[in-house]
Design a protein around this ligand. Structure first.
Ligand code: GAF
Length: 386
């Protein structure tokens, strides 16, 4: 765990509550290597956890009351069971905390009252899953503080339910899964229907490679409404095709399925999901064979599919992808839900700075605000206490 962020959580706790925390629990942000908008279609994803963490320092509090302070805000937020039990009653960043209390209580667990202090290195609003990180760190803290009988295998669904039903964001299971189950040096191959996982070795260092993450800094343009619209369109298409989810459309049957749909937009949405699932499987096969560089064209094809068929990219992310590829990246794509957020590029480790500089120059030429850049190695998932 990064010392600074853990220290900030502890210092915030001491300052707010004038006592020592019982412990600190942490959960990371994530990037998705490939497999976008496939999770809620019961499909495949291949994300990995980042070294950037959200840390929660916590201690037991009065029964039936929760107080939470975050470095995002001067004032702590306090709520009781009556607000936690009614989805939407707590809003803003504290909604993610109340949502976890709600989901635990809805699962019949006796959630302990608690005082919490949150610090985070996961940037908010950049598409690196700051919401799954805070949900998962709070979940880990409350489970431990209360000695709750909740095996970690159940954590991702519970955190997803918190986000879907309390916060009201209709997201899939990918982010919570990797934030909880990620492993250092590996990408997480997840079957979102069965929740089966395989840890796929992704040793960038040994291969002399790096994943460059570019924060497009694009303002989120109607991201929530557009995400929900894509999901609804996929579900309507599955109903028309008579399948449970688009995961059930095999690559070999794609043309026949498209012929049964009567509008072009839906056909493009379906084509993205079906081809993206196949790209995840192909990427996993290459990584299992140790051929990391060869996944580049699949990453770039995924981006083209998100741009042309699923229509979730924006000029800033397209510019970052094109500039990274022109500067020698093996492959590049937007990662996450879309309409802004981050781009990842697979590059030779010693070329990462030059590729980042090329993206920054392309942004300046187009008059976009300067992007943020970092290189990311796969890190471990949620943990604690420390
Ligand atoms: C967001 C969602 F939270 C995920 O569930 C997933 O659908 C992703 O967008 C797109 O792949 O991160």
């Amino acid at each position: 765990m990064s010392r600074d962020v853990a220290d900030r959580a502890t210092a915030g706790f001491r300052q707010r509550y004038a006592e020592e925390p019982a412990g600190r629990w942490a959960a990371p942000g994530r990037v998705n290597l490939i497999g976008e908008h496939t999770d809620y279609n019961d499909g495949f994803v291949l994300p990995f956890a980042l070294p950037l963490r959200t840390v929660v320092a916590a201690a037991p509090g009065p029964d039936g009351r929760w107080t939470v302070w975050s470095e995002l805000d001067d004032e702590p937020v306090e709520f009781g069971a009556e607000q936690a039990d009614e989805p939407g009653r707590v809003d803003g960043w504290a909604a993610y905390v109340a949502a976890v209390v709600w989901a635990l209580r809805a699962a019949g667990l006796d959630v302990p009252g608690a005082r919490l202090a949150v610090a985070s290195d996961v940037p908010v609003g950049s598409g690196l899953s700051s919401s799954a990180a805070i949900e998962s760190a709070v979940l880990a803290a409350l489970v431990d503080l209360g000695g709750l009988d909740l095996p970690t295998g159940r954590w991702p669904r519970l955190a997803q339910r918190a986000e879907n039903d309390y916060v009201g964001a209709p997201t899939g299971i990918m982010d919570q899964s990797v934030v909880i189950r990620g492993r250092a040096g590996h990408a997480l191959f997840l079957d979102c229907r069965t929740e089966e996982v395989e840890q796929i070795p992704f040793d960038l260092d040994a291969a002399g490679l790096a994943v460059l993450v570019v924060d497009s800094r694009a303002p989120h343009r109607h991201a929530d409404g557009e995400y929900a619209a894509r999901r609804a369109s996929c579900e309507r298409a599955a109903a028309t095709l008579g399948v449970t989810a688009l995961r059930d459309v095999a690559t070999a049957d794609l043309d026949a399925a498209l012929a049964r749909l009567d509008d072009d937009e839906t056909r493009r949405r379906v084509r993205h999901v079906v081809t993206e699932n196949q790209r995840v499987l192909d990427t996993v096969a290459l990584l299992r064979a140790g051929r990391i560089r060869d996944i580049g064209p699949l990453l770039t094809a995924s981006h083209a599919s998100m741009r042309d068929d699923f229509e979730i990219t924006v000029p800033e992310v397209d510019t970052a992808v094109e500039a990274a590829l022109s500067a020698g990246a093996y492959g590049a794509r937007m990662t996450g839900g879309g309409f802004g957020g981050c781009v990842l590029a697979l590059v030779d480790a010693d070329a990462a700075d030059a590729v980042a500089a090329a993206v920054t120059a392309a942004y300046a030429e187009r008059g976009f605000a300067a992007p943020g850049t970092l290189t990311a190695l796969p890190a471990g998932g949620a943990g604690g206490p420390s």
